[in-house]
Design a protein around this ligand. Sequence first.
Ligand SMILES: [Zn+2]
Length: 283
Amino acid sequence: MKQLIVVADMEGASGIFESNREACWHEEMYPENKLWRSYGRGCITSDVLAVCAAAADMGIDDILLFDMHFAGCRESNIELEKLPPMVRLFDLPDRSILWSRIRGQAATEPYGLITVGQHARNGEPNAYFPHTIHTPPIASFYINGIHVAEIGESVMCFCDVPYIANIGCAASHREALELSANVTCITVKDKSRHWEPSPAETYPLIYEGVKEALRERESKTAYPFSDHCVCELDLTEGYRFDPPDSFPWKGQFRDGTATWEAHDLETALSLFWRMHDHIEKRA
Ligand SMILES: [Zn+2]
């Protein structure tokens, strides 16, 4: 069985720009906003469908999909009823980002990983909606010297799995390439060139690009397993950590920075949420 892991975000989807940014705003958080349902969902669905069609035509017979945009909201951003039957969703409460549970549900050796709908990290130039997981309060998150946002979390969770393609904002590719130099980068919008195509225009680019990437799968590399992970989480100016009196992991809090170490990437990623619990607004 050839299992493909697909991780989708939405700020990097085709057809979503500053001019229609509400398309990304999930209805469970913004009940007044109609654009997410009427337009935004169709944008990320088109991108994911292009990936699925290319995968099917290249002999993939199992796709496991994680829709991580507005994790914690129940309804999927992707219009699930439009997906082909070979697509399965990770079993997660309200799509929560539980990396160990996510990795545990996938095959021991998945055929490959594709990230889609991806935006750039906080601080990247010429980017649509650059942020690191959620900015503010998060300014940056480093694991072993790489600034990790949604792409990095996904690739590191699936370390040792060939990273096939990243699809999204042109500025998102920098993170993807730092994680795996041979990953295929498929651009669906580019702020530096003011290139803002529709989902219908990018569908064939994604479809052809993913097919080509899967054809070249032997040349694809993965982010390697690491048994010593050094992590640093930095907050934006208005926030600080309120450290607990004691904690069971190896690390420390210093005002707006938390550092920790772990013996594998899954633990390193999971501990992120333990630090997150101690973020507070500056008085
Ligand atoms: Zn998102």
